[in-house]
Design a protein around this ligand. Sequence first.
Ligand code: HAM
Length: 412
Amino acid sequence: MSNDYKPLQGMSDIFGNDVHIFREIENIAHRVFDNYGYSEVRTPILEKSDVFLHTLGGTSDIVQKEMYNFQDRGGRSIVLRPEGTAGVVRFLASRGEAGLNDKVYYLGPMFRCERPQAGRKRQFHQIGVEQTCNPNPLIDAEVIALQCELLHQWGIENIRIKINSLGSLDDQVNIRFGLLESLEPYQNNFTKEEIERIHKNVLRFLDSKDEKYRKIINKLPSIQSFMSDESKEYLEKVINILKSLDIEVECNQNLVRGLDYYNHTVWEITHDSLGSQNALAGGGRYTIDIGKRKIDGVGFAMGVERILSAKQNAKYDINDEVKQGYWIISLGSTAILENMKLARMLRNRGAKVGMDLEEKSMKSQLRRADRFNALKVIIRGDNELNNDIVIIKDLDNHSQEELTLKNFIESI
Ligand code: HAM
């Protein structure tokens, strides 16, 4: 395709069957969230930079190198949202007491200026939930169960759920201190810049994919060894509740997530069919400082494009779009205006109806009916108009019948 017609790198036009699957994914999500008592919120795509700078963490990849931020015409610092949680929590904080114990869901585009590759886009879509509440293992487990229910309804099986705890906010001070102390003997393996980076956020170091560092990471004590018994019990409870709901999870002590607002339970859901970018979803419990408030909550977000790939890889038959509706074929120019009126009447009755508004040959109109995926065509020219009749042709079994206009309209 010529560059003139391409969208920006890492962004896509979504069209055709992909739109149908997007819609199906969204419709199922609305239904499942309704059943679980979540209300939908649509926050703005643009937010003040502060909303993300203070919540995601200054050392996170998103803040350091992936945010689309710019100054607007008034010189204000603005960000295209890279994720949903911070904006949604800002909204919940704005609701005062009502926002402190609330359950909301969202769906929409997010933007991260990452190096594009299969499964990693600069504009992608997330479906997520946030529930504001004090730490409670039952709620964490229910949020994970909701996520599993959604994946099941979308027809995605064979998922893996990795879970871990990052400890309470108090534990996190001990964890950082303990890990840095354990890394002291390995100082010579790092450059000055790496040591600085590790000191800024030692937890992120545990997530490093570099083989050289993995060898060191594997020798470090687990973060749970620096955690209080209460926090360890909290994670145990979440895992046991999930077990009693028949949800299997793998405890992975190196799972740390890429955003700084998390504490206690964190998790990631992966699907093997997705290749290197195999995370379908991520979530966890968090404490977010916003304005003068500290909000505790738990939530998750799923990448819609990745759900779409997992569905396609699961051989979901996306080409089997059902034929439906009518294409009206006009013979002669007088028929076009009369057919326009008929189309309007049928659409008002809930039918899917299309027609050409230019004079075209029968063959060309039939081709358009095919592209419209119409189940039937309605043929009307001067003869049919004069006799108040319509010819209805079924494009599947090729049968044809003649009906009075009145009887036909009443049958819709
Ligand atoms: P996250 O892990 O950064 O978490 O993103 C969640 C999901 O969004 C990922 O698992 C992936 O499916 C999708 N995703 C992320 N980046 C991309 C990309 N560049 N291209 C395509 N898909 C992508 C969050 O965003 C947190 N806000 C989740 C959360 C909600 N935690 C608590 N509440």
